[in-house]
Structures are given as structure tokens and as C-alpha cells.
Design a protein around this ligand. Structure first.
Ligand SMILES: Cc1ncc(COP(=O)(O)O)c(C=O)c1O
Length: 404
């Protein structure tokens, strides 16, 4: 009889690059009766402490705005708030999420220019600087961590280029924040846009944007109000940010939310942010770095190669090339159905040639990485790929041991 090892699990372990596994206190935080989102006690006891804690996570003094939605909501809210039809925007496009940014810019009527980067390849910063110099865009956008290719781009350097051109800097940190060092203020990020369900280890359902004073000023200079009432970030300044922090609401007065804030999800986010700060950012970034190194060494020992340029390897998403004879979708199905662990295939044009493994928040640890590599190896063997039993797990274990 063939044994199905997944049978006894009620759900697969999420080793996809988000949504990711949640710490138990975050899950517990949602098991509450409803509260009223416009009640002052929710604002004072939950929402405010959460946004203040998130400032530390974002490494910023800027306002961090929480809204219902996802990463895409944050990107769209950011774009529609600062960009007016006809504004020049330079979109750095290095993968599927660069394409998303381009589409959003298209919808808001930007006169966008793409700066194309071959998927998985390095970004030519000198050429980018020249292009920016020539184009003089109002804004530059970058995806810090391209989840489609498992690459991390030098967001600090791009920030320098944006600054020297006086352009607003819009950064997608959906798959990096709280897993990879993101220095919002130091890098001059005007809109730091992300979602709740990846390295923040909160449930899917919140969009987060850290907004610089420069970005708010750009919103105030618009000729026409933003085309969305609900996601216009300027309304947060007008209805929600107190005067002492540069907003319009008298200090101590009740403030209004431009869109009703989901109370359960905010409660979960509060706990998630607390856990991140209790761990400490530098410990957390190092943990992700070691876990991703272990994944890389593990797959290398199985005879597999990483997709991206070796200088860009992401610590939150590992994008691995599959052997020619093996269909990535078959590996994913086998791992899930037989071994109870879910990883992802590549996206779009990489769907039939790559696999993606997340090391995010809780899953950036031996507790998750070692069983994942074991299941990957078993699944590959089941599908006819020959590799030495245990080689991947042994190499990954050695990487964890080396890290001390
Ligand atoms: C880099 C990046 N940007 C944007 C998104 C879209 O975010 P969401 O799925 O939360 O809307 C994702 C989702 O995977 C992502 O990885």
C-alpha cells in the first residue's frame, strides 16, 4: 500500500511566497467579538498603537496608513493619490510585479516609460540614472523584491537616483518588508507600499502605505482631486492625521477613517507588529538570510540551479529552475498531495520552468525549511528525477549549523 503522508494534515504548510504561516498569537487575536471601527477606544487602543509600531517596522517617521485591501490596493492607492493624468513616471520593470505597476500607472493615466530589466538580471544603475536625467519623471517606481523571479534590487541606489532628479520614489515592498532590511527614510522612499500577508505575518486583507511629507505635498498640489474618494491618501491627512503630526485633525479630537478599518485584521496586525519588534529587526533579517541560504544550498545539493543572477538572490523567495524533464506544476501537486507542503510554480512565462519557495516570517526557520527540502526531494524522486537521498536536507542543515 502506498502511504499518503498528507492524509493526516488538515491543511498544507504554506511555503509559497505569501500568504505565509501565521504565529498562533496572531491567529488568536482574530478570535474576538466585533468592535466598532469608529469607536474611540478602537482608535486609541488598537489602531494608533498598531500604526506607531509599524513605523518602527518600516524604519520611518512618516505616517503609516492601514487600509482594507492587499498589496495591490496599496500600490493603486499610492499611484492614484500622487499621479495626475499626463504625469511622467519611470517604471523599473524586472518581473511580473513590475508589469503590475505599469498597468496601475496606465490606469491612473500616467505618461509612463518602462525601464526594462531582463528577468532575473541586474539593474544597470548608470543607464537608469541617464534615463532619469533625460526623462525627468515626476515619479520613479521600483519593486524592491521581485517575487516572480526571487530577486532583490538595490532600492537604496535607486532612491539616490530619484532624489538627485527630484522625483518621488514609489517602492513596492510587498514581499520584502519585515523580511529584508527596508529603510524607508534613509532611502528617501516617498510611498512605501505593501500588504499584510507576507513577512509581516498577518492575515491577508490589509494594505499598508508609509507616506512622506513630500508625497502629501504632491497630493496637495494636484490640479484635480484624485479620482477615488476611498483610496485618496490625502483624505487620511485631512480626516485622520493630527495637527501635531502635520495633519488637519486637532490633537485629541476624534478622527475619522476615510474607509472603515477592519477591526479584527487590525487587532491581528497589532500582534504581528509586536512580535516583529520583540524579535528585533536585525535578528529577523539575519534569520531570513540564513534560511534562504539553507534553501539555496539544499537545492544545489539536489543538482538544481537558482534562476536569478547570483548577486540578486532574495532572502524571502527562492526561485529555482526545474530539470528539463520535470513539470513544476507536477512537483507542486505531488508535494502538496503526498507530503502536505505547498510551494509555488513560477509566474507567467516562468510557470513551466521554475519553482518558488517562500522563507517568510515563521517559515524562515529550520522547522519549515528542512521538511520542505525533504518533501521536494521526495517529490522529485517520485517524478523520476535522480538525486542522492537526503543530500538537500543535509546541505541545508549544514547551512543552519554554520550560522551558529
Ligand atoms: C512584489 C509584489 N507586489 C505586489 C503584489 C500584489 O500583492 P497582493 O497579492 O497582496 O495584492 C505581490 C503579491 O505577491 C508581490 O509579491
Amino acid at each position: 500500500m502506498t502511504i499518503n503522508w498528507a492524509q493526516c494534515h488538515t491543511r498544507p504548510v504554506l511555503m509559497i511566497p505569501g500568504p505565509t504561516e501565521l504565529p498562533f498569537p496572531v491567529i488568536q487575536a482574530m478570535n474576538q467579538p466585533p468592535t466598532i471601527q469608529y469607536d474611540r477606544s478602537f482608535d486609541e487602543e488598537v489602531l494608533e498603537p498598531t500604526t506607531l509600531a509599524l513605523r518602527e517596522v518600516f524604519q520611518t517617521k512618516n505616517e503609516v496608513i492601514l487600509m482594507p485591501g492587499s498589496g495591490r490596493t496599496a500600490l493603486e492607492a499610492g499611484a492614484l493619490s500622487v499621479i495626475e493624468p499626463g504625469d511622467r513616471v519611470l517604471v523599473v520593470g524586472a518581473g511580473q510585479f513590475g508589469v503590475l505597476m505599469r498597468e496601475i500607472m496606465n490606469r491612473v493615466g500616467a505618461a509612463w516609460t518602462e525601464f526594462p530589466v531582463e528577468w532575473g538580471a541586474r539593474l544597470d544603475l548608470e543607464r537608469l540614472a541617464r534615463e532619469v536625467e533625460q526623462l525627468r519623471p515626476k515619479a520613479i517606481t521600483l519593486v524592491h523584491n521581485e517575487t516572480s523571479t526571487g530577486t532583490t534590487y538595490p532600492a537604496d541606489e535607486v532612491g539616490r537616483i530619484a532624489k538627485s532628479a527630484g522625483a518621488l520614489y514609489l517602492l513596492d515592498t510587498v514581499s520584502s518588508i519585515a523580511g529584508i532590511d527596508v529603510r524607508t527614510d534613509e532611502w528617501g522612499v516617498d510611498l512605501n507600499m505593501t500588504g499584510s500577508q507576507k513577512c509581516l505575518a498577518a492575515p491577508l486583507g490589509m494594505a499598508l502605505v508609509a507616506v512622506s511629507p513630500r508625497a502629501f505635498a504632491a497630493m496637495e498640489r494636484r490640479k484635480r482631486a484624485a479620482p477615488s474618494l476611498v483610496y485618496d491618501l490625502l483624505r487620511w491627512k485631512e480626516l485622520w492625521v493630527p495637527v501635531s503630526r502635520g495633519g488637519k485633525v486637532p490633537d485629541g479630537a476624534a478622527r475619522r477613517q476615510p474607509v472603515s478599518i477592519p477591526t479584527h485584521l487590525t487587532g491581528a496586525m497589532r500582534v504581528a507588529a509586536r512580535l516583529i519588534l520583540e524579535e528585533g529587526l536585525s535578528h529577523r533579517f539575519r534569520r531570513h538570510a540564513v534560511a534562504a541560504t539553507a534553501v539555496r544550498r539544499g537545492v544545489a545539493a539536489m543538482g538544481l540551479e537558482m534562476f536569478p543572477d547570483a548577486s540578486l538572490l532574495s532572502n524571502t523567495v527562492s526561485c529555482v529552475k526545474t530539470p528539463k524533464s520535470i513539470d513544476p506544476a507536477a512537483v507542486v501537486t505531488r508535494m502538496r498531495d503526498q507530503y502536505g507542503i505547498l510551494i509555488g510554480t513560477g509566474l507567467d512565462k516562468m510557470r513551466s520552468s521554475t519553482l518558488r519557495i517562500g522563507t517568510m516570517a515563521m517559515t524562515a526557520s529550520p522547522h519549515y525549511v528542512l521538511p520542505t527540502l525533504s518533501a521536494l526531494e521526495l517529490a522529485l524522486r517520485d517524478l523520476g528525477y535522480k538525486c542522492e537521498p537526503g543530500a538537500g536536507v543535509a546541505a541545508a542543515q549544514a547551512a543552519f549549523a554554520d550560522a551558529g
